[in-house]
Design a protein around this ligand. Structure first.
Ligand SMILES: CC(C)(COP(=O)(O)OP(=O)(O)OC[C@H]1O[C@@H](n2cnc3c(N)ncnc32)[C@H](O)[C@@H]1OP(=O)(O)O)[C@@H](O)C(=O)NCCC(=O)NCCS
Length: 186
């Protein structure tokens, strides 16, 4: 039996795999209500872009990309972006309080419904907590019912914030990160 994938941070040399998983994600039938970029935009990026993106995701203090690795291939990903007060977020909004935003969430069809997303989000939460975050925040399209269902299952709840981005109506959801050592701490 194939072992369950391990959620881990990407490594510096893995830029081609980072690129390939992003290309898989933006080709998904749900991509239009999931991602802010298109296949054409991602395909137009050159190697130096992916090397730079991966360096930040692997080593950065303000960004980390996690992947679900079966040992043979990657079957999911989630990225955390730490936001300082006053910074601009990925939608160019001014950040009003420090945040840990989860973006670029994707699970390959072969591994949906298997707990991969939960493992990725737990890895993201642990990394963000080590940087002082007390919650994870994310945006999800109002029509992306599966993603909303998956996030609720993973402990996220709507914050009440709703807005329109380049892909249409979105809602914000968040999940508290219990202090280390709390009874329900992860
Ligand atoms: C979103 C995504 C990461 C979720 O991962 P997943 O492994 O498919 O999620 P799960 O199957 O564990 O959970 C989905 C939940 O929503 C429920 N669900 C599925 N379709 C649904 C629908 N149309 N309406 C309501 N709930 C739905 C499922 O029943 C499941 O809940 P359950 O396990 O209690 O039955 C994955 O589907 C994906 O990569 N989708 C394409 C890209 C995407 O949308 N990314 C998110 C961008 S914000």
């Amino acid at each position: 039996m194939t072992p369950p994938p391990t959620a881990r941070r990407v490594r510096l040399h893995e830029w081609a795999a980072v690129r390939d998983l992003r290309l898989e994600a933006v080709a998904d039938p749900a991509a239009g209500i999931a991602f802010l970029t298109t296949s054409a935009e991602e395909l137009a990026r050159d190697e130096s872009f992916w090397r730079q993106r991966t360096a930040g995701a692997a080593l950065g203090e303000d960004a980390a990309q996690f992947v679900a690795d079966t040992g043979a291939r990657w079957v999911g990903t989630a990225t955390v972006l730490m936001r300082e007060t006053g910074a601009r977020d990925h939608l160019d909004r001014v950040v009003l309080a420090p945040r840990a935003d989860v973006v670029g969430v994707y699970v390959s069809p072969s591994h949906r419904g298997t707990g991969v997303l939960g493992a990725l989000l737990d890895a993201a939460a642990a990394w963000a907590a080590a940087r002082g975050a007390d919650a994870l925040t994310l945006d999800v399209h109002a029509d992306n019912a599966r993603a909303q269902g998956a996030y609720r299952k993973a402990g996220f709840a709507p914050t009440g914030v709703a807005f329109t981005s380049s892909i249409g109506p979105e809602i914000e959801m968040s999940r508290p990160i219990p202090p280390a050592g709390a009874p329900d701490g992860r």
